[in-house]
Design a protein around this ligand. Sequence first.
Ligand SMILES: NC(=O)N[C@@H](CC(=O)O)C(=O)O
Length: 428
Amino acid sequence: MLSSTRSMFPRYLSSYGMPMHGLVVVDCNLYDFIEVDFTEPLIWLSSKMIKTFALPCKAAKLPCGEFGKPNQVKASRARMQLSITKPDDWHLHLRDGDLLEAVVSHSAQHFGRAVVMPNLRPPITTAAAAMAYHESILKALPSGSNFTPLMTLYLTDSTSPSEIKLARESGIIFAVKLYPAGATTNSQDGVTDLFGKCAPVLEEMIEQNMPLLVHGEVTDPDVDIFDREKVFVDTVLRPLIEKFPRLKVVMEHVTTMDAVKFVESCDGGHVAATVTPQHLVLNRNSIFQGGLQPHNYCLPVLKREIHRQALVAAVTSGDKRFFLGTDSAPHERQRKECACGCAGIYNSPVALSIYARVFEKAGALDKLEAFTSFNGPDFYGLPRNTSKVKLTKTPWRVPKSFSYAAGEIIPMAAGETLEWLVDSVSPQ
Ligand SMILES: NC(=O)N[C@@H](CC(=O)O)C(=O)O
């Protein structure tokens, strides 16, 4: 029975034109752990074990009825595997010094490349500073790692157009980051006059085809913190895109239905958005659940459940305008657990596992790979990665903390059990 299951299931799918490559779910190892009475098991497998198959089964008009009702199906240790093109992280905070050393290997394990945010102290405002930072990241990588940091410049009111030319010539800088002054961690040197002082730089970015990465929140203290993204869309982003329609813009770490609708209304070649794991699985209750939870505090702050659902719908729809950006933002434990804690969630070790859970729950595992590995490079005009990562559906425990020279870092989902393990990477 077992051998016939193993050999027939893939053949059965392909005979109905199932997109085996697109689904990337089918790994015959799956069946090594299933005992079945093979009078009917396919539909049971599709609806109960591989949710992703449910929709394609319908779409392909598979004869779901002909196998009758499941009988005597015993799944002893079902293990599902995904093999996907190695993902990239299009929004990452790697920090510097000891903290960089502590976190970079977690990103390098799961991701081929990452867009590295420039909000250090002092910020990375010049091409020369970005090149020096690039060097220190490469030095901090484990030996043999192929991880490629994609550097960014921190936009200020005094950034000059010539700096953008230098950035392009460097070959290692791929974008410019807009922090409205005062919006988030180390944003005090950010922009106060986007449409005035920064206009010549934006023109040069269009010339150099260099995207503007936007922290999309207004900083006006009179605007409620939960409304800052929506107000930014209405008062800054929409006018920006009207004034500079050829500028490529990524709205980073979107958190609201309003931002999703805005991005969906834009030309996909020019406007896109990254989405973090935390905004896909947590809502604002998580900040206050059973007491104040500093490790669930990030900016933009977590929002209402309806916004979380809108984000899940957007990423699992297959829309190319949305792609993976973890916004993994480590802070030493004491800097989060104190009277005035920093914003930022450290999620690099768990991000892929959580994204997989979100897509699985939505019955959209077939859309996971485009979100993690295709939409980002396609938007940036970079080649897709050629190596693969494997995700295995097997429970694993997230460490409660990571110790490093200057203290501890608490990861997202610390101490929890997650379902998807990123367990091996084929060499590049
Ligand atoms: N996301 C965060 O809450 N924090 C980020 C900055 C940012 O992206 O807002 C950080 O650098 O700590």
